[in-house]
Unconditional design. Structure first.
Length: 312
């Protein structure tokens, strides 16, 4: 126990416990944020998971109960986790941070729910069941965000597709004018305009290709994560990992930069697939998507040739 005298719920005792826990949590979050990371990917992963804990800790600090809530068990769980974390070696740091932060966030939210009167302090057995429901709920919320993100990438690809169609029509008109033009000055002007439009078209094609890639990969990630959430034989650890791996915060920052989003989503896809070992979802959709080229596939060219032969 962290207090020598016997704990009795009261406004003073509960506020002392909360103040101690908040101070320890704040110090922990600060130390993690200022920590040394071997790679930028590790740093991004850590910043993502502590951001949520930081927000929930601030919310707990602003939550006031009646003083009658027996919250010493929750407080001690948090303080024990933080005490144990200090013993972890740097080699295990990233993996341990992910586990500890997830547990801390659960207890912080449980504490706040108790103070708000949304639940009573659970027994140890009940706590495990509540934690599972909490983790599932968090994963379900991330999945909703992911689905919204997927739809935004789909909308963006369609929007860029319309821009491409408009530019292609402009190029066709310019080429038709160039074919009939006799004056050299006008020919030079039309050619420059065509070149400029084609450069713009190439850029938009790459952009649309990346949007489509993001959309397709997010769709597969969603299916994999949904399977983890729905499958009754999956243990809580896999649900926990799936929640951590869905880095929606970082993805939201690059929603208008598909070339950067592709790399984030590829990492998410790889990690979530590794977590969901029992998935039977095909990778054919992803394998068919070329993220580094806008060239037509052999099948597409063959189809085009067949159409031309048919028309002739």
């Amino acid at each position: 126990m962290f207090f020598k005298k016997k704990y009795t719920p009261s406004v003073k005792a509960n506020n002392q416990l909360k103040e101690k826990a908040i101070n320890e949590l704040t110090a922990f979050i600060y130390s993690v944020e200022k920590g040394h990371f071997d790679t930028e990917a590790d740093k991004d992963a850590v910043m993502h998971i502590v951001a949520e804990l930081s927000e929930d800790t601030k919310a707990l600090a602003n939550t006031v109960g009646t003083g009658n809530e027996p919250i010493d068990g929750i407080a001690n769980n948090i303080l024990d986790l933080l005490k144990d974390f200090k013993k972890i070696t740097e080699q295990d740091m990233l993996h341990r941070i992910q586990e500890v932060v997830d547990d801390l966030d659960f207890y912080v939210n449980l504490w706040r729910d108790v103070l708000n009167g949304d639940t009573v302090v659970p027994t140890e057995e009940e706590s495990a069941q509540i934690k599972m429901r909490y983790t599932r709920r968090k994963l379900a919320a991330r999945l909703e965000e992911l689905k919204e993100m997927e739809e935004r990438f789909g909308d963006s690809s369609r929007r860029v597709g319309k821009e491409i169609t408009a530019i292609e029509k402009d190029i066709a008109e310019l080429e038709a004018s160039l074919a009939k033009e006799e004056g050299e000055r006008k020919i030079s002007e039309l050619y420059k305009n065509i070149t400029a439009e084609k450069t713009k078209l190439d850029s938009l094609n790459v952009r649309r290709s990346n949007y489509i890639t993001c959309y397709n990969m997010l769709d597969t990630i969603y299916l994999n994560a949904s399977e983890i959430l729905d499958a009754s034989d999956f243990v809580g650890e896999q649900i926990r990992k799936a929640k951590i791996l869905l880095n929606m915060g970082k993805l939201k920052k690059v929603i208008t930069k598909p070339e950067k989003a592709v790399h984030i989503i590829e990492r998410m896809y790889k990690d979530i697939k590794a977590t969901n070992e029992k998935t039977k979802i095909s990778d054919a959709k992803i394998a068919a998507v070329q993220t580094d080229s806008i060239k037509a596939s052999d099948d597409a060219l063959a189809y085009k040739e067949a159409l031309n032969n048919k028309n002739n």
